[in-house]
Design a protein around this ligand. Structure first.
Ligand SMILES: Cc1cc2nc3c(=O)[nH]c(=O)nc-3n(C[C@H](O)[C@H](O)[C@H](O)COP(=O)(O)O)c2cc1C
Length: 192
């Protein structure tokens, strides 16, 4: 757990869940994240990005939509961002990438200096590893600070959740807890 001796700091984390599918394993993983998060960490999901038009730079001439600006503001105010996403065709799902692209056009760019946690679940063997490394690459350009370890990659997801959507393995539950701890530690380091 997060060290209580570090005072009463409260962590405000905003999260993207990259799957819109009913019954999504990534939604289940996110629900586990919420259950396992420490009492002094609030995790709020950012929603609505899936309704944004496909980014066409001509649209920027009409101004950034209010919903994009508002989400960028929410990210900027947060202590950290968490991505919980599937892997599509070895990469970031297109809808989520479109959302990131829109947000990246807001000034100041909201991911700059932001601490970022990444995790994902897939039915494939290596649990979104390739998506995660593509997202890390995107974050280089956006000047974010992804947490390096642990890499939470829930492979063969159909076997990893019980009927109530709980992670069945202690291994992944521990990994989720450790990633949240490291997210908080890194947020401390990068504060100001
Ligand atoms: C368009 C598409 C592409 C996919 N590509 C991959 C892939 O590259 N690697 C992988 O492990 N699974 C891939 N899958 C399978 C997903 O892991 C699986 O659909 C998973 O359940 C998606 O996450 P969700 O349950 O949160 O929706 C793909 C699925 C779709 C729909």
């Amino acid at each position: 757990m997060i060290d209580p001796t570090r005072g009463a700091r409260h962590y405000d984390v905003v999260a993207f869940v990259g799957s819109l599918r009913s019954g999504s394993y990534n939604r289940m993983l996110f629900n586990n994240v919420r259950r396992l998060s420490p009492a002094n960490m609030a995790i709020s999901e950012l929603t609505g990005w899936d309704e944004w038009q496909t980014l066409d730079v001509d649209l920027l001439n009409d101004g950034i939509p209010d919903a994009v600006t508002a989400m960028a503001q929410r990210i900027a105010e947060s202590d950290a961002v968490l991505f919980v996403s599937p892997e599509y065709n070895y990469s970031i799902p297109g809808g989520l990438k479109n959302g990131i692209d829109w947000l990246s056009r807001v000034s100041p760019q909201p991911f700059t200096g932001k601490v970022v946690g990444i995790m994902g679940a897939s039915t494939g063997a290596i649990g979104t590893a390739r998506m995660q490394y593509h997202l890390r690459q995107v974050l280089v350009f956006l000047d974010g600070h992804p947490v390096n370890k642990p890499e939470v990659m829930v492979g063969r997801a159909a076997k990893e959740f019980d009927g109530e959507g709980h992670l069945v393995s202690e291994f992944y539950r521990t990994q989720v807890t450790e990633l949240l701890e490291n997210l908080a530690r890194q947020a401390d380091r990068f504060k100001d």
